[in-house]
Ligand binder design. Structure first.
Ligand code: XIL
Length: 318
């Protein structure tokens, strides 16, 4: 039985995956990606990011994002949208020095256009991504430099006004394992922007981690309990668990299965946890080897599209 079907039966709203444009012409891959019983939700891995949607100011392009969104339209899968305001994959022009008012207009226009284009299609939007540093301080990005934390509040308000039906998320990494400076900083940030009127519905924990070193179910449940005090829902949004040493042994792959189970178990045992998205399901298209040379095999299917032990264990837990 497939993952989304099982996840729904277990009380979650979806089990999803990221899909990136280079994979679209791979038939073996797409057969799995388009299987709505396996993945009830898909997320463009890159297509909706600022560098893809507004690489020069005021000129919007939706080709890459639409290619993924169209799959969801055809299959009936949900579309989990990612991401409107992020310091990375940000076109150079946004990094110029702007006044508060100028930056506010830039963000307004970006969100009105991009979230407007996808209006009604996105079940969720990662409105702001990775605004915090590991030490719990605000990340010094061009938006923060111009507007302080008001850029976060403003982004959520604009997204809510543009697409009132999407669930609006704050999304970040290293906020899974309770409790660290980044989680404390994130909680403080959420309180501050909510007090300023930001309509935040959810917190997304990306969930990138390493085999044998990933957070335990107990640690993640503790974190989610804290976020649950502030928002309506939480989710794992970009799960992959990479091996740091390749090639892997059977024992390594069993450990990976155990690590994935902790994530799925934590979500199942948290009332407000609505779903889990993996950051691609097949090793061939995972971002990990590109980002962390020598590491990889972080997904549920291997390069020959065989299910790994991690898949089988998740399916039996769900
Ligand atoms: C990654 C993509 O998967 C890569 O293809 C791209 O080169 C870099 O970004 N956190 C996020 C995602 O929020 O957007 C990132 O996606 C992975 C880390």
């Amino acid at each position: 039985c497939q993952l989304d079907k099982l996840a729904k039966a277990a009380g979650l709203q979806y089990f999803g995956t990221a899909v990136d444009n280079p994979a679209l012409n791979n038939q073996g891959y797409m057969k799995i990606a388009r299987d709505a019983s396996e993945f009830g939700s898909i997320t463009p891995a890159n297509g909706q990011k600022w560098s893809n949607t507004e690489s020069s100011q005021g000129r919007f392009s939706y080709g890459s994002g639409d290619a993924i969104a169209n799959i969801a339209k055809q299959t009936g899968q949900q579309l989990r949208c990612h991401t409107l305001v992020w310091y990375n994959q940000l076109p150079g022009w946004v990094s110029s020095v702007y006044s508060r008012d100028q930056m506010q207009r830039i963000i307004t226009s970006h969100i009105q256009n991009v979230a407007g284009h996808y209006k009604g299609q996105c079940t969720h939007w990662d409105v702001v991504n990775e605004a915090m540093e590991d030490d719990g301080k605000y990340r010094q990005n061009p938006m923060y430099r111009a507007m302080g934390i008001d850029y976060i509040t403003h982004s959520f308000k604009t997204a809510a006004a543009t697409d009132p039906n999407a669930r609006l998320y704050y999304n970040d990494f290293n906020i899974e394992r309770c409790c660290n400076a980044k989680i404390n900083g994130t909680l403080a940030m959420l309180k501050a922007v909510k007090a300023a009127g930001a309509p935040i519905h959810g917190v997304g924990m990306q969930g990138h981690s390493r085999v044998g070193k990933s957070p335990s179910k107990r640690e993640m449940k503790e974190t989610m309990a804290l976020f649950s005090e502030l928002v309506d829902e939480v989710a794992f949004t970009e799960v992959d668990i990479r091996h740091t040493k390749l090639p892997t042994s059977a024992a390594d792959r069993e450990q990976q299965a155990i690590d994935f189970l902790e994530v799925v178990g934590a979500c199942l045992e948290t009332k407000k946890c609505v779903g889990i998205t993996v950051w691609d399901f097949a090793d061939q298209y995972s971002w990990i080897p590109g980002q962390y040379p020598g590491e990889g095999e972080a997904c549920l299917w291997d390069k020959n599209y065989n299910k790994k032990p991690a898949y089988t264990s998740i399916a039996s837990l769900l």
